[in-house]
Design a protein around this ligand. Sequence first.
Ligand code: 5AD
Ligand code: SF4
Length: 350
Amino acid sequence: MAKEIFLSKNRLIDYLSTTSKEKIQNLFFEANELCNKIYGNKVFFRGIIEFSNICNKNCLYCGLRKDLEIERYQMTKEDILKCAEFCYKKGYGSLVLQSGEFETEKRIEFLSDVVSSIKKKFNLGMTLSLGELSKDSLKELFKSGAHRYLIRIETSNEELYNKIHPKDHSFKNRINTLENLKSIGYQVGTGVMIGLPFQTIENLADDIIFFKNLDVDMLGMGPYVKNPQTPLFIEKPILANPFELALKMVALCRVYLKDVNIAATTALQTFDKKGREKALLCGANILMPIVTPTNLRKNYLIYPDKPCIEDTKEKCFNCISARLKSINKEIGYNKLGDSFHFFERKKKYD
Ligand code: 5AD
Ligand code: SF4
């Protein structure tokens, strides 16, 4: 049994900087023990449906940015429902509807209809990941049946945020969106990219403290992948080994934030074939198998070498099941797998 770890900002920096194998192993062991204690040995699934790559934003690192001439798509309600049915039949328990950021009245109406139909037909847990929408739109989607929302802060350092986004993108608006989500009643998830150009170890330690202060319920973090199609490509990151840093971030967030849901993100697998399994062994408890139809996956290339783009949803299910077996973790079939932190947070304010 590893010794219980207590964290302060200096300790966070110390763990993020260490090259001591023993220290890293102890941290990972403690994070996994804690995760098992809180969530059991179970991993909860969220089938992710990347239903549209249309985006009005121009984030300097992303392969879906508006200025890129890629084939844009928007799935029909019928096709989205087919994917939702697959999640239901496979016992995934929850799904994520993800797209670029694009807000019109018509689109929110369309999405509300999709959300309420999925709720009515399959009663699945539903997470949205649609970017910075207005409070009214977020409220409408919540009323329709979505109860979780993911929006990464990308970095909690405003100066760094401004360096990786064009001038018309607003850090304050992103914080506002996170606050709005909380006040509406969503389970709220955020996260950062790890190994960004200009990013320092201190920035990452501050990110963890930011998550704690914001009292988030869910986290999704992944290594930054250099994308030659994007303007940020010319800037070389300062930090080496973003993959190991990402695992350390997962473990430190588990130890520091305790009862939040933490995803083993797909980007981890770009750096290491067993990237997601490794994250599930150092604090992560959520997996997001891709459910997007295979013919559309090549157009949802946020970063190059994204795993699973040639695969079918069936193959993703089989592959992920085998991966979990290999690390002796169980699948939380038909479970919502809600963040325990959310219920604790609600108790504080009720
Ligand atoms: N590398 C890794 N993650 C990226 N994202 C966007 N571009 C990249 C990249 N080049 C992540 C962002 C965004 C999510 C949809 O994808 O964190 O929030
Ligand atoms: Fe659009 Fe999201 Fe990519 Fe930014 S990160 S360009 S908002 S899809």
